[in-house]
Write a protein that binds this ligand. Structure first.
Ligand code: FES
Length: 327
């Protein structure tokens, strides 16, 4: 998880922080790639594969998009946006209204999908989920590390960046659903996986769920997924109110069963940055000093949850009577 101090524009929603859109290019049916630069030509903050930025759209709507350009180009960010016909209007705005020359508010970059060292990487992308994997592939390639990619999509014409993947030859398996059906994950993993390979998977929730069940016997931390749509959660671990103590502010208050920890913290006069408010972007990460967390985010993996030292306070709650936070 990144700390907010390294953010270019830490508070998503502030419109004085913006990048200029220098190009908008159709890269497949329903997907546009946006190239963004600083209006004064300044260098942009460094990022690593797996990072995303927020686009701050009109009416304070923020959406997270993976950086999918060249991480060694310090002046340019690239993201790709899928038009989502049943979305809440963010992608439609980008597709229909945003034009080259416009400025757009930015939050981030942040990285909840960090690439950890491995002797072999297995990448699986579904549709627009290819975006965070492109810089990972470039990094693996530049370091001479073995990798392979299984890339699915509805149709070949809907699959972005096939031209950029073509030079990699048979390390990329392109599997459009209308040609070969649903991805055969178990067969692909059993052919490609070695005991020390790590898998990075991004795509629709159904693909991530299927991958998690396929790799359920893997060691903790060997499968990493990224979700931009929240995972369906079980009921909260407790329905009673619980106390939150803010250690640095010497404040204690009660969080009711209806309210979020984030709102209660703000109600106590302590500002914590937030963006998605649904446990997917990572902005509200908060250090936990004591207490047992009911993790309800779609970011942490099992070992990070078990560590219990951080939580996303927009959605996560308490199992214990009291949580002590480093705020
Ligand atoms: S605001 Fe996005 S995870 Fe909490």
């Amino acid at each position: 998880m990144s700390d907010s101090s390294d953010l270019l524009f830490p508070e998503a929603g502030r419109d004085q922080s913006a990048l200029r859109l220098v190009s908008k290019e159709h890269v497949s049916d329903g997907v546009v790639a946006l190239t963004l630069v600083h209006p004064s030509g300044r260098r942009l903050p460094d990022w690593a594969p797996g990072a995303h930025i927020d686009l701050v759209l009109p009416a304070g709507v923020t959406r997270q998009y993976s950086l999918c350009g060249d991480r060694w180009d310090p002046f340019t960010y690239r993201v790709a946006v899928l038009r989502e016909p049943n979305g809440r209007g963010g992608s439609a705005y980008v597709h229909d209204m945003l034009m080259a020359g416009d400025t757009v508010g930015i939050g981030g970059p942040r990285n909840n999908f960090q690439m950890v060292p491995a002797p072999k990487y297995l990448f699986v992308a579904g549709g627009i989920g290819i975006t965070p994997l492109l810089p990972m592939i470039a990094q693996a390639e530049s370091m001479g590390i073995e990798w392979t990619l299984l890339y699915g999509g509805r149709t070949r014409s809907s699959m972005a960046f096939l031209d950029e993947l073509e030079p990699y030859g048979d390390r990329v398996v392109v599997a459009p659903q209308d040609e070969v059906g649903l991805l055969n994950l178990s067969s692909w993993f059993s052919d490609a996986a070695t005991t020390d390979s790590k898998a990075y998977v991004c795509g629709p929730g159904s693909l991530l769920d299927a991958t998690e069940s396929c790799c359920s016997g893997w060691p903790v931390g060997y499968l990493r997924t990224e979700r931009f749509v929240p995972r369906v959660q079980a009921a909260p671990a407790r329905t009673e109110p619980f106390e939150v103590e803010l250690a640095r502010s010497a404040t204690v208050f009660t969080v009711t069963s209806e309210g979020s920890v984030l709102d209660a913290v703000r109600g106590a006069g302590v500002n914590v940055l937030s963006s998605c408010r649904e446990g997917t972007c990572g902005t509200c990460a908060t250090t936990v000093l004591a207490g047992e967390v009911d993790h309800r985010d779609s970011i942490l993996d099992d070992d990070e949850r078990a560590a219990g030292d951080a939580m996303f306070i927009c959605v996560s709650r308490a199992c214990s009577d009291r949580l002590v936070l480093d705020l």
